[in-house]
Structures are given as structure tokens and as C-alpha cells.
Ligand binder design. Structure first.
Ligand code: SAM
Length: 244
């Protein structure tokens, strides 16, 4: 059976195509990052089901890497997926995969999410996109600086954009602290050892909600030093879960 048909026909809870096989899509130098940096197929399958609640739901993958989430999600749902990624090499790998496998419901944008408006999207996916700014061990290579203020800039932008969305907007986070998700969103489902979460906007925001996502519930976010005391990063914890 064709690769994508096999993926599409397998149960969402246990896709028949596992990560080692799926990752053959990507150039070999990038495959080694999969365990830590790209969403596992099982998680992407679940996340896409949570995000797409009707045909044509427009989902933004914030920091899309090689496009692994978008590819799995586009194969399994009727949603339309846009990935935005700042690294050129990852964008090229994602675009090549989209073209090679003839996906018409995926768009990959090369850009910085802090310069991107969320007005065109209905739902949002985040696999810890900004952790690399604050956890050295979460970096793919030395290309990204470790700056708390860059992290804060990204988190604040995402939070401010999410605040503007209408009630009922869905956000799925995987493996992060979800600092980007404002307090006007409630966590309505938590699965995979509390790493995969569905957040839904349940009320209009107060003036504080756009300031910094869930900062009030996450006091350790204040300084660079405090990041250094957290031990394993959320991304590393996610990596240890992936191949089950
Ligand atoms: C952990 S990877 C997740 C990849 C993909 N979403 C997936 O789940 O397979 C996070 C990605 O976010 C990207 N990223 C970080 N900050 C960004 C920004 N400001 N704008 C665009 N992409 C960003 C990183 O380069 C990295 O490729």
C-alpha cells in the first residue's frame, strides 16, 4: 500500500507508520534532529484531530521546522496547514517534501513569527518553538543565540495574537510550558503524560492577558539564571517519550 494511504488508514491512536520510517522523507542530515525537535507521528495525528473541527480549518504551525507536523496533519485531516519557520534549510526541506508528495493543503512560509499576523488562521499548534532561545541543550546547532529577551519577544507576540482571536479558538501545545497561551484560554484536555494539551479560548481577555501568556502561573520565567536551574528542558522530556 502507498505510504500516505497506509498512514491515513491506520487508527489515529496508533499510526502504522512510525517515526523512523516517516523521517526517511527528510534529508539525512536533518533526520537526526527528529527525536528531539520534530513532532512524533502519533502526537501529530492526535494534535491534528484536536485542532481541525471542521473541513478547511486553517491551522498555523508556529515554528514548523521540516514540516513534519504539517505533513502528518495534512495527510490525516481536512484542515489547511500553514507552517512558518525562520531557518532556511528547514524551510527548504519542508517545501521539498510538500512538493514531492503533492500536498495541496500545506503552505510553508519562510519568516519570523513575530512579524506574522494570526488573523488568517482558526487554530494554532506549538511544539515548544522558542525553547531554543533559553535552553542551550535545546538547540539544533549554534545558529540561534540564547537570549531571554528574544524568547520573551516571541512569547509576547504569540500571546498578543491569541488574545485577539475569537472565543472558541483552539490551540494545541506539545511538551512546552505553554507560556504563549493567554489566561483567557482554558486547558480542556491533557494527554500523553500532560505533554499534549488542548486549549480553548473561553472568555474575552482582560488587559493583562496579552502581556505575557500564562506568566502569572509560571514564576520561574523571570531570568536567564532561573532557566539554567530547571534541569532537563521540556523539549528533552518530550524526546524521552517519543519512541514508545
Ligand atoms: C521544536 S521545532 C518544532 C517543529 C515542528 N513544529 C514540528 O512539530 O515538527 C521549533 C521550530 O521553531 C522555529 N522557530 C523558533 N523561533 C521562531 C520564530 N521566531 N519564527 C519562526 N520560527 C521559529 C525553530 O527554528 C524550530 O525549527
Amino acid at each position: 500500500m502507498d505510504f500516505w494511504a497506509e498512514l491515513g488508514e491506520s487508527p489515529v491512536n496508533s499510526p502504522s507508520i512510525l517515526d523512523d520510517r516517516f523521517d526517511q522523507i527528510f534529508p539525512s542530515p536533518l533526520r537526526k534532529f527528529s527525536l528531539i525537535f520534530w513532532t512524533p507521528v502519533t502526537i501529530a495525528a492526535q494534535a491534528s484531530q484536536l485542532l481541525v473541527d471542521r473541513r478547511g480549518t486553517r491551522v498555523l504551525d508556529i515554528g514548523s521546522g521540516v514540516g513534519k507536523f504539517c505533513l502528518v496533519a495534512a495527510a490525516l485531516t481536512d484542515g489547511y496547514f500553514t507552517g512558518i519557520e525562520q531557518r532556511k534549510d528547514l524551510v527548504k526541506a519542508a517545501k521539498d517534501a510538500v512538493a514531492k508528495h503533492r500536498f495541496t493543503n500545506i503552505q510553508i512560509i519562510h519568516g519570523d513569527v513575530t512579524e506574522h499576523s494570526f488573523s488568517e488562521y482558526d487554530a494554532f499548534y506549538l511544539f515548544n518553538p522558542f525553547e531554543a532561545y533559553v535552553f542551550k541543550r535545546s538547540r539544533m546547532n549554534g545558529a540561534l543565540p540564547v537570549f531571554v529577551n528574544l524568547y520573551l519577544k516571541c512569547v509576547k507576540h504569540v500571546a498578543a495574537e491569541l488574545v485577539r482571536k475569537s472565543i472558541g479558538t483552539r490551540v494545541v501545545t506539545y511538551a512546552g510550558c505553554a507560556h504563549e497561551v493567554p489566561n483567557c484560554y482554558d486547558c480542556q484536555l491533557s494527554t500523553f503524560g500532560e505533554r499534549l494539551k488542548l486549549w480553548v479560548k473561553v472568555r474575552e481577555a482582560t488587559p493583562h492577558d496579552g502581556q505575557f501568556g500564562r506568566a502569572r502561573r509560571s514564576p520561574h520565567i523571570a531570568t536567564n539564571r532561573s532557566f539554567g536551574t530547571l534541569g532537563k528542558s521540556p523539549m528533552e522530556n518530550a524526546g524521552s517519550l517519543q519512541r514508545t
